[in-house]
Ligand binder design. Structure first.
Ligand code: ZN
Length: 341
């Protein structure tokens, strides 16, 4: 992405405890009937709590976002090395994402297309995973999974020859995989679409020749043509959320009501200092959606000294940051669903 404006304030580390969410499993004492009350038919034991609906009629609780699992996904991507669009390494990354989705029992498809880049035609592929809800209308959560093609010039003017994108590409992709796992355990009113965009990064230069956001632009153009974009009710975009010293500003291009819901959820669960009320303006994969009338919010930490430098490595990202963003997204979902109902 590119920042039209970057605030002057430095990032601050915030010592927040991970919230014990309301989503935790009720204790067995609240759900599992005692054997004396429940006459087991033919000598079988009472069902385990995970199989038994709690007495208030609700189904099993949603799993918690597990940043340890997300961290494994982040490390796996970084271990593949630089992953620019059109590379064998990005194909390997795709295989990894598809395998993880399959393990979680999630249907996914590849949306393959040819992008016209300043360096010629490049084959790219978005991955679109679907978790059916009670309604066919969709909520999308997305990330780009490509990394910036080298060599390129860092913001300070240094030539970057190796770039593994621990935050810029891997962090949000890892969080998206873990959110997908969590959402399969949730009772979803809307259908969830988890979109892994290819080709977010410029092949040569972001601001020239439309050299950016190839995957998201292709998704929107295709959905418009197919008439399926009208059923996409909102997009939550994650990008660069791994920064150890996480600081996420409100993006002025994003849809205000959606930003408010996410930032209010963050404040409610103790992350007011991470989700800053300062405003910035970010050009990213959400922009094609906004242009097509889909409400969208970009959750991004561009206040990251390692942004587009060789230092965007494991040393500068943390599992805790993934946890914060995962928790905030999950905490925001009920309000987003209520608003769209
Ligand atoms: Zn980038």
């Amino acid at each position: 992405m590119s920042a039209a404006m970057i605030g002057a304030m430095g990032a601050t580390a915030i010592g927040c405890r991970m919230p014990k969410s309301e989503q935790l499993a009720p204790t067995n004492g609240q759900i599992a009937p005692t054997s004396s009350k429940l006459a087991p038919t033919n000598g079988q034991l009472a069902p385990t709590s995970s199989q038994l609906a709690p007495t208030n009629g609700q189904l099993a609780p949603t799993a918690r976002f597990d940043s340890a699992r997300a961290w494994n996904d982040l490390e796996a991507q970084v271990a593949i090395g630089p992953r620019p669009a059109g590379s064998a390494a990005l194909q390997k990354t795709r295989d990894y994402i598809l395998a993880e989705l399959k393990k979680a029992g999630i249907e996914a498809r590849q949306q393959i297309f040819i992008a016209n880049t300043p360096l010629g035609e490049t084959s790219m592929a978005n991955i679109i995973a679907t978790i059916p809800g009670r309604r066919p209308e969709r909520l999308a959560i997305a990330s780009h999974y490509d990394t910036k093609r080298t060599p390129f010039m860092s913001p300070s003017g240094a030539t970057v020859t190796r770039f593994v994108g621990a935050s810029d590409g891997a962090s949000s992709t890892a969080a998206l995989l873990e959110l997908a796992r969590v959402l399969t355990t949730r009772q979803n009113e809307f259908t969830f679409e988890l979109i892994f965009f290819d080709g977010e990064e410029a092949v040569v230069e972001w601001n020239r020749n439309n050299d950016n956001t190839y995957g998201s632009r292709h998704y929107v153009a295709t959905a418009l043509k197919a008439g399926t974009l009208k059923d996409l009710r909102a997009l939550i975009l994650l990008d660069m959320i791994g920064d150890k010293e996480l600081l996420i500003r409100r993006d002025a291009l994003s849809t205000p009501w959606l930003v408010d819901i996410v930032w209010n959820a963050a404040a409610r669960i103790g992350h007011r200092a991470v989700f800053s009320n300062e405003e910035t303006s970010i050009d990213d994969d959400h922009v094609p959606f906004l242009g097509a009338g889909v409400p969208a919010v970009d959750i991004i930490d561009l206040d990251y000294p390692a942004w587009h430098t060789a230092a965007d490595t494991l040393d500068n990202v943390s599992a805790r940051s993934l946890q914060i963003v995962g928790d905030v997204v999950l905490a925001a979902l009920p309000d987003i669903e209520a608003r769209l109902r």
